[in-house]
Design a protein around this ligand. Structure first.
Ligand code: HEM
Length: 422
C-alpha cells in the first residue's frame, strides 16, 4: 500500500458506521493518488448518482435493456459453434456501451472513438496508480512526468473535452428542460444541473464524465467478469438461471421492469457469491480520519489516519460463512428464503458487517442498484442467448491478482461462447 492503514476489527464497524469524523473523498484522493491520476470524487457526480440516477432507474430501464441487447449483438459472436473470447476485453465493451448510454447518451456513446476512450481511461488510471506507487512519495512530483500512463490520461481528458464540448455549448445556449426524455435522463445532463455556475466549464464537466468511467464502467466490468468466470467454471448453474429468467419473462409478457429484475433471485445470489469470493478490493469502508479518534480498545488514530474493514477476510471467514472457500451460487438465495424474505439482508445490493463488497455506512456505494441492474441484465441475456464454457482453464478458475488492495480478474483469460439454437 502507498500509506499505513489501520484495519478495523468487525466489532467496531457498527460504532463507526455513521461517524462523520471518517471521510471518504479524501481517502479516495490518497488511494487514487488524485493529484497524479486526476481521479477525483466530486459533489455534482455524487449527487447525480444518489438523487437523479437512483430515482430514475425505472425510467431509464427500457434504454438500459435496449442498449444491453444492442451491445451483446454488436460485440459477441453470432456463431452456433464455440468461439473463444477474452472475457474482460468483451465485458468492457458491452458494459462500456450500456454505461456510456446512461452517461453521455446516444449517439456519442455508440461511436468507436468515445467507446475506446471511455474503456481506455480507467485502464490507464489503474495502471498509472500502480506505477506512481512504485516511487517514494517525495519523488512522485518528478516521477509523474516519466510515467506514460499519466501522459495518456491527460491526452484522453483533452480529447473527451473536445468531443463533449458541443453538448455543453448547447446547454449554455438553450434551455433543454422537459423536451427529449432520452437525452435528458443522462448523467451528463444531471451532473450539469447539479453543478455550480463556476463548475460549468467544458474542462470540469468533461473530466467528471470520463473520471466516472472508473465506477460506472470499470468496477462493473470487473464484477461482471468475475461472474462470467464463475459461470464458465460452473455451468451447472446455467439451467436454473435460464429457467428463472424465462419464467419471469413469461409472467410479465416479456416486459423487463424493475419488478422482473427483482424476481431474478437465483441470479442475484450467484452474483453475490461471486462478489463474496472475489470482491473489488481486499478492504472496504476505507476512510481517512478528519480528527483524532480513540477506539474502544484504546487504539489512538491520529487525524489523517487511514482506516478500513477487512472485506475479503470477513467474506472468507467460516465464522460467518459455512464452508467459505466453496463457491455456492445459491447460498444467499437459501439464506434469504430461510429468513422468509422479511428483510432483504442477503441481496446483491445489501450491505452489512459481513457483506462489505459495496462498502458500508454513510458512503456505501450509491451506484450499486444501477450496477446490479447492468450485471443482472448482462448475465440473464448472456445465459439466455449463449452456452458458456471454460477455455484452456483446466480445473482451476482463473486466478485474480491483487495490486494496491484491488482485486483484478485475469484479463488474459478466455471463455467460449456458442449461440443457442431456438
Ligand atoms: C459492481 C460494481 C461496483 C462496486 C463493486 C462498487 C463498490 C464501491 C465501494 C466498495 C465503494 C466505497 C463504499 C464505502 O467505502 O463505504 C463505492 C463508492 C462509490 N461508488 Fe461504487 N461500486 C460499483 C459500481 C458503481 C457505479 C455503477 C456507480 C455510479 C453509477 C458507483 C458510484 C460510487 C460512488 C459515487 C461512490 C462514493 C460514495 C460516497 O462518497 O458516498 N459505483 N463503490
Amino acid at each position: 500500500m502507498a500509506f499505513p492503514l489501520y484495519i478495523l476489527p468487525k466489532r467496531f464497524l457498527p460504532l463507526l458506521r455513521l461517524d462523520k469524523r471518517l471521510d471518504f473523498a479524501s481517502y479516495v484522493d490518497d488511494q487514487f493518488q488524485a493529484s497524479y491520476t486526476h481521479t477525483f470524487l466530486v459533489p455534482p457526480f455524487l449527487r447525480s448518482v444518489r438523487e437523479n440516477l437512483n430515482n430514475h432507474l425505472g425510467d431509464i430501464l427500457p434504454a438500459i435493456t435496449e442498449e444491453m441487447s444492442y451491445a451483446i449483438h454488436r460485440e459477441l459472436n453470432s456463431s452456433e459453434d464455440w468461439q473463444p473470447i477474452i472475457a474482460f476485453e468483451k465485458v468492457l465493451r458491452v458494459i462500456g456501451l450500456v454505461s456510456g448510454r446512461v452517461n453521455v447518451g446516444l449517439p456519442t456513446s455508440r461511436t468507436d472513438e468515445w467507446l475506446n476512450l471511455y474503456i481506455q481511461y480507467p485502464i490507464e488510471v489503474f495502471s498509472a496508480l500502480s506505477e506512481i506507487c512504485k516511487f517514494p512519495k517525495i519523488l512522485r512530483p518528478i516521477a509523474q512526468h516519466i510515467i506514460p500512463q499519466i501522459r495518456r490520461i491527460k491526452q484522453i481528458q483533452t480529447r473527451v473535452c473536445e468531443i463533449l464540448a458541443p453538448e455543453y455549448e448547447s446547454r449554455r445556449s438553450t434551455l433543454k428542460g422537459g423536451k427529449d426524455r432520452a437525452k435528458i435522463d443522462t448523467m451528463l445532463q444531471w451532473t450539469w444541473e447539479n453543478s455550480k455556475e463556476e463548475e460549468r466549464t467544458d474542462t470540469f464537466q468533461s473530466r467528471m464524465q470520463i473520471v466516472s468511467a472508473v465506477p460506472t464502467l470499470y468496477t462493473v466490468s470487473l464484477a461482471a467478469t468475475q461472474c462470467i468466470f464463475d459461470l464458465a467454471m460452473r455451468p451447472e448453474y446455467i439451467p436454473a438461471i435460464r429457467d428463472e429468467f424465462d419464467s419471469v419473462l413469461e409472467s410479465l409478457q416479456g416486459n423487463i421492469n424493475k419488478e422482473a429484475l427483482g424476481k431474478l433471485v437465483k441470479l442475484d445470489s450467484f452474483m453475490k457469491e461471486s462478489q463474496r469470493l472475489n470482491p473489488l478490493s481486499l478492504a472496504s469502508f476505507e476512510r481517512k480520519t478528519k480528527e483524532a479518534i480513540t477506539l474502544p480498545d484504546g487504539t489512538f488514530l491520529a487525524k489523517g489516519s487511514h482506516v478500513a474493514a477487512p472485506a475479503y477476510s470477513i467474506g472468507h471467514d467460516q465464522e460467518f460463512f459455512e464452508d467459505p472457500e466453496n463457491f455456492d451460487g445459491l447460498r444467499f438465495y437459501r439464506l434469504q428464503a430461510t429468513e422468509n424474505n422479511r428483510r432483504p439482508m442477503h441481496h446483491y445490493v445489501s450491505v452489512s458487517e459481513t457483506s462489505l463488497g459495496f462498502g458500508y455506512g454513510r458512503h456505501a456505494c450509491p451506484g450499486r442498484w444501477f450496477a446490479a441492474i447492468e450485471i443482472k441484465l448482462f448475465l440473464a441475456f448472456l445465459t439466455h442467448d449463449y452456452d458458456i464454457e471454460a477455455v484452456e482453464i483446466g480445473d482451476d478458475r482463473p486466478r485474480s491478482t491483487i495490486d494496491q488492495f484491488f482485486i483484478y480478474p485475469d484479463a488474459s483469460k478466455m471463455v467460449a461462447l456458442r449461440r443457442r439454437k431456438f
